[in-house]
Design a protein around this ligand. Structure first.
Ligand code: COA
Length: 373
């Protein structure tokens, strides 16, 4: 089997950051305004009063302290509570493709590669810009890559599933190198009026290049030692937005057309699923947990990551061993583990082994064992 590598990574961080305090202030203003407008119905018992959120709860329950967004004003306006992103004409690059292209340029530079060295683009993300044409083809065109591109959606696991697809295609000789991009405008699918989840997500884009290990020349190149994917159907993270919505007008604009989750159930069911996936993947690959120098885990909840790291390592992770970017970025869906890898991998040395892992809606999980070249 041809050895494959991640030969460079890239990151695009939107310019606006929202702190928990700012987000909670906007949410609580919305709650007070709504309760005041419904005061009579609430007093008559025909409506339930909305309850305020708290910045302390958000940090304690999730580890999230802030998030980047493409539009701050709309999210923080209690009368809007949604990013405002103007439509662009068809002859302009779409916003998700633009974010992907910025991260992709960064990844190509890190890999010491030009667009002419790349044969394919995969955009793996939780939400697509539109039904078609594929974002990947738009990114391919913007970068001047002669080859092919397609989009794939496996929610939070889109990056690891795209990595496996890219690695398989390069290994089989279908492409010399494939660029994987993960642009995520999670603020677009987040219900900022929902107390249980209004704090969860942020926006970002990541990218990485997959090519043969023997051609990888990026200064921070990593051999893909083994990959393993897993899915198991669950309704506990769900979004019913889709092209058939207009055929059932009674449901248009309802909360189920945005991100909805049963957070407690997700926590309880995904931690064992992911821990077992990683433990068996390592065992089947002949790698002991003690050999792992770093865990780049999906970034959804600090408590989940601590538990998974403990189950995999058999002890508490040391500081920096399972890096956390949740405090600054929040949950960025498919991009989270790639951000952790991008920011916290180049200090490791030749031969060091690390594990990148995604998990989320589906349920879906992807485990990737990497070794520094
Ligand atoms: N502010 C203040 N209190 C809040 C609150 C908020 N914004 N949201 C919920 N609470 C309260 C609840 O009312 C509840 O109060 P009660 O105990 O008096 O009933 C309490 O906090 C606990 O609520 P719960 O929803 O059980 O919180 P939690 O500890 O499970 O944390 C999540 C919520 C969402 C952070 C957590 O479940 C989680 O991260 N789960 C995994 C999610 C995940 O990874 N999803 C993947 C997405 S891709």
């Amino acid at each position: 089997m041809t050895a494959l590598a991640i030969s460079g990574t890239g990151l695009y961080t939107p310019p606006h950051s929202i702190s928990n305090d700012e987000l909670v202030t906007a949410f609580n203003t919305y709650v007070r305004n709504t309760n005041a407008a419904n005061a009579d119905a609430i007093a008559a018992g025909t409506k339930t009063a909305l309850v305020e959120s708290s910045a302390e709860f958000v940090v304690k329950a999730s580890g999230i302290k802030a998030r980047y967004v493409v539009d701050k004003d709309g999210v923080l306006d209690p009368d809007v509570m949604c990013p405002r992103i103007p439509e662009r004409p068809n002859d302009q690059l779409s916003i998700l493709a633009e974010m992907a292209v910025t991260a992709a340029r960064d990844a190509l530079k890190a890999a010491d590669r030009k667009p002419q060295d790349v044969d394919g683009v995969l955009v793996g993300a939780s939400n697509m810009q539109r039904a078609y044409p594929a974002m990947a083809i738009e990114v391919q065109d913007a970068l001047g890559i002669d080859g092919f591109g397609f989009d794939m959606n496996v929610a939070c696991s889109s990056a690891t599933f795209a990595l496996q697809a890219a690695a398989d295609m390069v290994a089989n000789g279908h492409a010399r190198a494939i660029l994987v991009c993960n642009p995520e405008i999670c603020s677009g699918h987040l219900n900022f009026r929902d107390r249980d989840s209004h704090f969860i997500f942020g926006d970002v884009a990541t990218a990485f290049l997959v090519e043969r290990a023997d051609t990888a020349r990026g200064a921070n190149s990593w051999k893909i030692v083994a990959t393993r994917l897993k899915t198991k159907f669950s309704n506990n993270i769900r979004n019913n937005f889709g092209f058939l919505n207009r055929t059932a007008p009674e449901g248009v604009g309802k909360p189920d057309k945005l991100f909805v989750q049963e957070g407690r159930k997700v926590f309880k069911e995904v931690v064992p699923m992911v821990s077992e996936l990683i433990v068996t993947h390592l065992a089947d690959s002949g790698i002991a947990a003690a050999q792992l120098k770093r865990l780049w885990l999906h970034q959804a909840n600090i408590g989940m990551n601590d538990l998974i790291a403990r189950r995999v390592l058999g002890r508490d992770p040391l500081p920096g061993e399972a890096p956390n970017i949740l405090d600054e970025y929040a949950n960025t869906s498919s991009a989270g583990s790639v951000i952790a890898f991008h920011k916290f991998s180049d200090d490791l040395k030749f031969g060091d082994i690390g594990l990148l892992c995604s998990f989320g809606a589906g349920y879906s999980a992807g485990s990737v064992i990497l070794q520094k070249l």
